[in-house]
Design a protein around this ligand. Structure first.
Ligand code: TNX
Length: 506
């Protein structure tokens, strides 16, 4: 076995050029121009650590170099790339920086595992001669981080981005608000004398101090905190440099207790609710009869849209169990309209398709009946993000004795295999109706990046291959072998992963 057999996610086409190989030598350079340069910088800093080589970025290519080339004529979609490794060098070609970034992740895995280390001097940097042509099956390949139940700092979110992107995952959904807390700064607007004025700054001043409390979690209480609007911009800029799109979620009209605690006017009796730490779900709601409800949603979504770089705004819609069907439909329809009015494409959990949605509104399927979602995809042009709980929920335990995680999803507990052995094209959904795949990490029991990573990996790697690789190149036995070979790389990156007992880890 050589490294070309170990790639994750598995590329569409891999042709080994027998017997030949490329050795990265101390004098090697990285050739790149224009918008290929930032990608080249990332490749260089990746390779410099373990090799100790200088690897300067240059404009022209000579034998022994790695070249990154952007060309309009390269055909294969916005994230596709081609990689050619010969005895004389390695060349990546793509039509976008995103394509090159994906190619860099493949190139990285072709080097020996020691490339992941940061102490120079060990290893010879040989990679097999190979021709690879590769493109993703789905455009959206995401993880969700619930920063509401327990907070993750900007630095921690960046670390998560660093790990996920080596598997070509390209979307990070941030669940910013819930019953227990509100994590995104919303500026006060207008004047306090105006009768429709609402104290938006309380959302973080009060709501940012909340967190979940679960006796079995370590520690029991989640972490407090919030992102300023500038923090949120910083996260997005970092994400963009690694080809990751951030999707912010404001969960409406349920999961809103922190908002009800911060803004008295959102309550029919005008009294602020107490903050709550319970992990119970489905017990809070906005009120469809209060004008303040719509004023609030307009202001919050307006400010959020204004600082969101990506095309999507997620408005939640899940588990509004005390809202009443008619009130629910009234509100989600109006909220979806308001979200669309900001110029963004609205996304919601599949319950929200009970309302009449704007054309092209994205549905994130997590549970229940897929049939109405398929119907909406056909008649309403709604792309679908597939997050069926029993195949994607990263908060679930691996085994009954897992130290962190939940166990409410039927069919569990779940390992890398359940998250690998499924096809997003199910129930009549066609590939072109599927925007992609997302694995949510709810954080009722998760308190830091170590615990998060342990639940994420290796299962998020299963999802990365489900989302990137065509069904025809996927195989569970082969994936298990490749996962094993990856162990050493994850370990040298310092990633805390679950050492699945049925995998032979390197
Ligand atoms: C359901 S899944 C939720 C979340 C919880 C999760 C685990 C979904 C859309 N909503 O609010 O965190 O269960 O308890």
């Amino acid at each position: 076995m050589n490294t070309t057999d170990n790639l994750i996610p598995r590329p569409s086409h891999v042709a080994l050029v027998d017997g030949s190989a490329f050795t990265l030598a101390p004098a090697a350079r990285i050739a790149a121009n224009g918008s290929a340069v930032p990608v080249a910088e990332q490749l260089a800093s990746l390779l410099r650590g373990a090799t100790g080589f200088e690897l300067p970025i240059v404009e022209d290519t000579r034998p022994g170099d790695i070249s990154l080339e952007l060309t309009d004529t390269f055909d294969g979609g916005p994230e596709a790339y081609a990689l050619s490794v010969t005895v004389g060098g390695a060349g990546l070609t793509a039509s976008t920086a995103a394509g090159l970034f994906n190619g860099v992740q493949t190139l990285r895995q072709l080097f020996p595992a020691a490339i992941e280390g940061s102490n120079p001097g060990v290893g010879t940097w040989v990679i097999p001669a190979v021709e690879i042509a590769d493109a993703p099956r789905f455009a959206y390949r995401g993880l969700m981080l619930d920063v509401a139940r327990s907070f993750f700092t900007v630095e921690e979110v960046k670390e998560q981005i660093d790990v996920m992107t080596q598997f070509k995952l390209n979307a990070l959904h941030l669940h910013l608000t819930d019953d227990q807390a509100w994590r995104i700064e919303i500026h006060d607007s207008g004047s306090a004398g105006n009768p429709s004025w609402l104290p938006y700054a309380n959302l973080t001043a009060i709501g940012g101090q909340g967190a979940v409390e679960v006796p079995t979690a370590r520690p029991a209480r989640g972490r407090e905190g919030f992102y300023t609007q500038q923090d949120f911009k910083d996260i997005q800029a970092y994400a963009a440099s690694k080809n990751v799109l951030v999707v912010p979620e404001i969960d409406l009209p349920g999961h809103v207790n922190a908002a009800l605690a911060a803004i008295p006017q959102l309550n029919p009796d005008g009294q602020a609710k107490p903050m709550s730490t319970t992990a119970e779900v489905g017990w809070s709601t906005l009120n469809s009869d209060l004008p303040a409800t719509y004023e609030f949603v307009r202001e919050v979504l307006g400010q959020l849209a204004a600082i969101t770089v990506g095309p999507y705004l997620h408005i939640g819609g899940d588990e509004a169990l005390v809202t009443g069907h008619e009130n629910y439909v009234t509100m989600v329809q109006e909220f979806a309209r308001i979200a669309a009015g900001t110029g963004k494409t609205v996304v919601g959990w599949n319950e929200y398709s009970a309302g009449a949605l704007p054309h092209g509104a994205v549905i994130q399927f997590w549970h229940g009946d897929l049939a109405p979602v398929v119907q909406q995809a056909e008649s309403g042009g709604s792309p679908v993000i597939m997050s069926p709980a029993a195949n994607t929920y990263l908060d679930q335990k691996y085994a009954p004795d897992s130290p962190v995680g939940l166990e409410w999803v039927e069919g569990g507990p779940f390992t890398w295999a359940e998250y690998y052995n499924w096809d997003p094209a199910q129930g009549g959904l066609k590939d072109h109706q599927i925007l992609g795949v997302e694995g949510p990490l709810w954080t009722e029991t998760v308190r830091d990046n170590q615990q998060a990573q342990w639940l994420l990996y290796p299962r998020a790697i299963s999802l990365a291959e489900v989302a990137w690789s065509g069904q025809e190149v996927r195989n569970a036995g082969d994936f298990r072998r490749r996962l094993g070979a990856l162990g050493e790389r994850l370990a040298s990156q310092g990633v805390a992963f679950q050492e699945a007992p049925d995998v032979e880890w390197s």
